[in-house]
Structure formats: structure tokens, C-alpha cells
Design a protein around this ligand. Sequence first.
Ligand SMILES: [Zn+2]
Length: 428
Amino acid sequence: MFSDDIERFPTRFRESASRGPYLWDWGNECGLKGAGFAPTSMGGHHFITRAALQVLPEVTEWLHGEALLLTWCYCGFPDMNWAQYGTFGTEAISARMPDTRREWEISRYCQYNQLLDQGHFIGHHPDQAIEGLVGRYEDACRAVEEGRGRDAIRFLGAAIHYLEDSGSPPHAGSVSGPYHMPAESLRDVSGIGIDGYVPTPSGDFQETVDELAQFGREQCGDILALLEAGRADDVLPFQVACANRCARAVADLLIRFYRDFASSLTFGPALAPTGVELLDNGDFSRPGDAPFCPDGWVMYWENRADPDVSIERRDVSGVAEVVAERVSERVACVPTWPRVVRCAPGQPFRLVGEVVCDGGEAGLEILFTDDATRPVSPAAEETVQGEGWQTVVLDVVAPKGTEILRPGVFARGVPGAARFRRLSLTVR
Ligand SMILES: [Zn+2]
């Protein structure tokens, strides 16, 4: 599992808080394999979770693809819950942020939607993070009881984030201002690992958080003294010590969750049901938390630095459409990952939709991936020919290794407009 998640360790996370698209630089550098991996949280989280799972082979095996998603996505959720995802943002950046918040429905798993002002924000310092740890862990347990296993792991990821933040030196030491980032950002993550550690189920969460925070505060004192003396190169051992404390605490939490729920929950492959509509909101009729995006769907921009391209949901005389305009590099509208279709190799599918393409290329697509969102083949596409509304049919058979089908609409090189409506996906 962990030999095929990344190509290499990153060499740095972030050098300046006001820097451009720093959030994605280090992830790109790793050569991440999953289409749904989105490690745009503070980088240490992902390597701490990874270290915890590496001493828990039984948990990793039980979680199946969810282990990699917990590592590379879910444990970062509380850092990826900002309304500016999918926009050009408020920082001095020249590119649109990928819409990771909608892509994973993160606001739902964090119980806080900044855009709608629903729920409430929970701080990431230990005195507040405890609320996030307890609350999201309870959400995870409830999701198990309701038979929503994958939801449970996503809530668990949010809980783990708050646990990890509790032991972060500048969080534990309440350091804001110019020293926060250099105190937290590790220039080398290869020392994060707890080989040989034997996890024991965590007990009282408040005690765990207090212990992590106490240790983090002590290391933070040393780190601040070094930073004030201009010795930023010497802080790494103190940071790694904190990270590994956190990794042990995460491993303890994971073994507790595993022992409580492994017998009632499985994450194996599933067959897509026949004779039913497989798309949620395939006619785009329900708007999401902003009207430009259909509920349960998310937009994708190949070139996030292009300020002219537009792709959005519109109501046209009472019929909902997705409209893409001034498209050079590819744009798409696809279901969020929690709403993709679970399926098995050999299952035949038919995706149907109505499309208008005013020059260029536009049509329907289907991507097949494994359980951890790693593509198993190039996406299948069907484009339109001719004037006006055309019905497009894309017939495909799920290839070997498939566990997830992700359909979508896309456009490429369309100087005018491409329009899409009334999508339907069924097993043939
Ligand atoms: Zn955080």
C-alpha cells in the first residue's frame, strides 16, 4: 500500500506565508498517485498519519484504499475548509485554488461551512482543538453505527487533524506572527517515523491532548530560542520529536477505532446496482452552497491560472445546465468523491447526456480508479458533432482493478460555449 502512494519525499513545504501556489508545490513534488489525493493542508499532517499507519498493518489492510485517502486527504480536512477554494482567493496568488473543499464535501465533515455561515469554526490550538477531536471522533462512531463506513473514516481524518495540531510546536506554544511558519514547517520529513512502536488504544482524549501540548510547548521554547538566534537550520530535530509524539498518539487512536469497529465494518469492493439511476443530481437541478456549482458536483480547471475561462451551473428557462465558456485548456464538471459510483471490473455502463458544442471539443467522460482514487486506465471520452443539442452516449466496461467510476462532462479548446444537461448513468 505505502510503496505506491508517492514517488519521493518532498524537500520543503513552504518558505513564506504570502507566497504563490505553495500549497500544491510540495504535493506535486511528491508525485502523488491518487486523483483524489489533496494534501494541501500543512504538510506535516500527512507524514504523521502515514507514519502511524505504517506501524499498523492490520488497520491499513482493513481500511483498504481509505488508508491512503486518510493519509493524503482526510487528515488535512480542517485546513482545507475555506470558502476561497475554487476561487482566485484572497492571498497574493496568480492561480485559482483547486476546489478541494467541494471535491470532498469537507465542510460537511468539519461541521462548518464558512460560505453559508453554518456550524462554527474550531481553532487549531490545543485548547480548542480538543473540541474538534472529540466532536469529529463522535461523528465517526455515529457514522459506523449508521453503516456509513467511508463517512466514518473522513470524520476520523478530521479528528486526527486536531490531535496532530495539538502537538505542533507553534500551536502548543501559541506562537503567531513571523515565527509561526518557520517553527512548524519541516524542511525534511524523512525523520518522521515510529518503527517498532506498539500502539495501545488511546484513553481520555483530554489527557492525550494535554500531554502532546506540554511536550510541544517545551520543544517550542527551544525552537524559538534558535529562531531568535538566527539558527533556523537547527530546529528540525525538535520538530521531528513533536511529529513522532503525534504519530504515536494517532496510532493509539487508530488502534482504538480498529478494535471497536473492525468487526462491524468492511471496505471491500462493491457491485454497482442494476436498473437504477446511479447519478445524484445528474440533471444539475439542485444548486450547491453557491449557485454556480450543482450540489454534489465540482468544477475542475486544468489551467488554474487562466482568468478568462468560466464553467458554471445556470438555469436556462427552468432547465439547469452546466455551461463552459472561453475554454482553452480542459475544464470539467464531475461528482464529488463521496458521490462517485462504486463498481466492479467487467460491469458495463452507459452514460448519456445532452451537449451543445460551439466549436472545439466537448462531451462526456468516465474515469475508472482503484479504491484509493488511483486511475486504472486513461479516461474514456465521447465528444459531440453537429449543431444544437446532441444526445451523447458513452458505453464503457469497467477495466481490471476498477473499484470507482467517476463520470463527468468536459470541454477543451472551445472559444464560444459548451453546454451540458440531463445526465444519466446506468448499468447496461
Ligand atoms: Zn490545522
